[in-house]
Design a protein around this ligand. Structure first.
Ligand SMILES: Cc1cc2nc3c(=O)[nH]c(=O)nc-3n(C[C@H](O)[C@H](O)[C@H](O)COP(=O)(O)OP(=O)(O)OC[C@H]3O[C@@H](n4cnc5c(N)ncnc54)[C@H](O)[C@@H]3O)c2cc1C
Length: 434
């Protein structure tokens, strides 16, 4: 079926030939017939990582295959979403060990991006909760992958962006919880230096993330709110249906401007009156604040938007972030969403996280913000950082190669071995890696 597709940023768009997978038997024939295809989950990556001439859509390949309560191990097909897993798990007293900032992604997408959450510094990325998966290779063979079996393929698939093969199903370890609530603590920081110290002082919290007001300059540069959380122990496992708002149409691009973002940022920062706030919040508002607004990506207008997410090593983070925030604030193009997280050590070699700080920013697509992103690239390059492939639609090869270096060489050599005819290709692969 011919379809116009995009990532979550609605930029870029492509005309693709899309096949919907409902049974794995159909897949082998599709792979045999087509060259230049890529798997797609729920299309929540922002850029072109799940775009190609031929797209194999897994969003309907959604089956629960078993749950081993003794080992907390859930087996599901690749198209099951994290939202479906939560619906199954929470009432039984379980939660995802690792979850990104949206639950509307598939297990296949979570593995391919090796997604991270607010607990990377304590519990790592998605690889740390996957025991094994089955994958269909370019020649149609199905292989089991785990730390013991086909281990190279296992490790490089995390962050491998669907380029090594197609994930069919996976065994995922869940964590036990006693409540749907999160014990939340919010701490205001007046500047970048303070938020860095707060992250370090609160390192023992399982979950931490900071919202930064990226339009502040001078002595308030980096003013932010650090949000900390732990699963509550109040024995409440009743799921409330979360009310959903929706952005019904594309907003005109002038709605998001320096003034509206500045006003929003001030209101957001000042909503918390005291320096410290402690309260109980539902897991949905703590982990997935944006999921309650359907189609929020339309807020940026028809031209779409891009997310700029980079990571810098711990040593370089403070100086690099300072320069980046200064550059953004100078440009006048603020971002509603500016989220700072702390990463710990990463185990999967070809993956975005590295020990240090990561900042994610959203910008509407226009000539000026694309130029701003190019200026930010230069700073990230100079500080030896890298950008997240799952958010990217625009970086150049030099920035990619500088960020991923040796791990990409290893990845590419493995890809040549398992996919010699280069069957699996996304537009991102052709833009950066071919
Ligand atoms: C609001 C929002 C918040 C987010 N927050 C975070 C965050 O906190 N942390 C984070 O890490 N990410 C975050 N993301 C990004 C998102 O988690 C990833 O991009 C994720 O990969 C999307 O999964 P998907 O199922 O939508 O896959 P898609 O976007 O459709 O595809 C993503 C990649 O997965 C591959 N893929 C999909 N299915 C398969 C399969 N069966 N086999 C092989 N490869 C496959 C695709 O080829 C592609 O390369 C966020 C995204 C949004 C929209």
């Amino acid at each position: 079926m011919k379809k116009t597709l995009s990532g979550w940023g609605l930029y870029p768009t492509v005309e693709a030939d899309v096949s919907y997978i409902k049974r794995e038997e159909n897949l082998k024939e599709i792979i045999r017939r087509k060259n230049g295809l890529i798997a797609r989950g729920l299309g929540r990556s922002y850029g072109d990582s799940s775009l190609a001439k031929y797209v194999v859509d897994f969003s309907k390949f959604s089956y629960f295959l078993g749950f081993d309560e003794e080992k907390n191990l859930l087996k599901v097909t690749a198209g099951v979403s994290l939202s479906e897993i939560l619906d199954f798990a929470i009432q039984r007293g379980y939660f995802l060990k690792i979850t990104p900032g949206t639950k509307f992604i598939t297990v296949g997408g979570a593995i391919a991006s090796n997604v991270h959450g607010k607990n990377h510094h304590k519990e790592g990325s998605f690889v740390s909760c996957v025991k094994s998966f089955r994958m269909m290779l370019a020649n149609g063979e199905i292989v089991n992958c785990s730390r013991e079996e086909n281990s190279e393929l296992f490790w490089y698939s995390f962050g491998g962006m669907g380029l090594l093969g197609i994930i069919l199903d996976a065994e995922i370890e869940l964590k036990k919880i006693n409540s749907v609530n999160i014990d939340y603590k919010g701490i205001k920081a007046k500047d970048l230096e303070e938020v860095f110290s707060l992250f370090e002082e609160n390192h023992s919290y399982t979950y931490s993330v900071a919202w930064i007001d990226c339009l502040k300059r001078g002595k308030y540069l980096g003013r932010s709110i650090l949000m900390l959380g732990e699963h509550s122990d109040d024995k409440n496992l009743v799921q409330k249906r979360d009310k959903k708002l929706s952005v019904p149409f594309f907003l005109p691009s002038f709605v998001l401007n320096r003034l509206s973002i500045k006003t929003f940022n001030s209101m957001y920062y000042n909503k918390q009156i005291g320096k410290i706030v402690v309260k109980k919040v539902n897991y949905n508002s703590f982990f997935y604040p944006l999921d309650s607004i359907l189609n929020w990506n339309r807020m940026y207008g028809k031209r779409g938007f891009f997310q700029y997410q980079f990571v810098l090593s711990k040593k370089e983070s403070f100086d690099g972030l300072k320069e980046i925030l200064e550059e953004i604030s100078k440009s006048g193009y603020g971002s509603f969403l500016a989220v700072l997280k702390l990463f710990g050590k990463e185990k999967a070699p070809f993956s975005f996280p590295m020990e240090g700080y990561t900042l994610a920013l959203d910008f509407p697509v226009c000539k000026e913000t694309l130029q701003l992103a190019t200026n930010l690239d230069k700073i990230v390059f100079r500080y030896g950082g890298r950008l997240y492939l799952s958010k990217d639609s625009r970086m150049g090869r030099d920035i990619f190669l500088n960020g991923y270096r040796d791990s990409f060489k290893m990845f590419k050599s493995l890809k040549h071995r398992v996919d010699p005819e280069n069957k699996f290709q996304s537009n991102q692969w052709r833009r950066l890696m071919e």
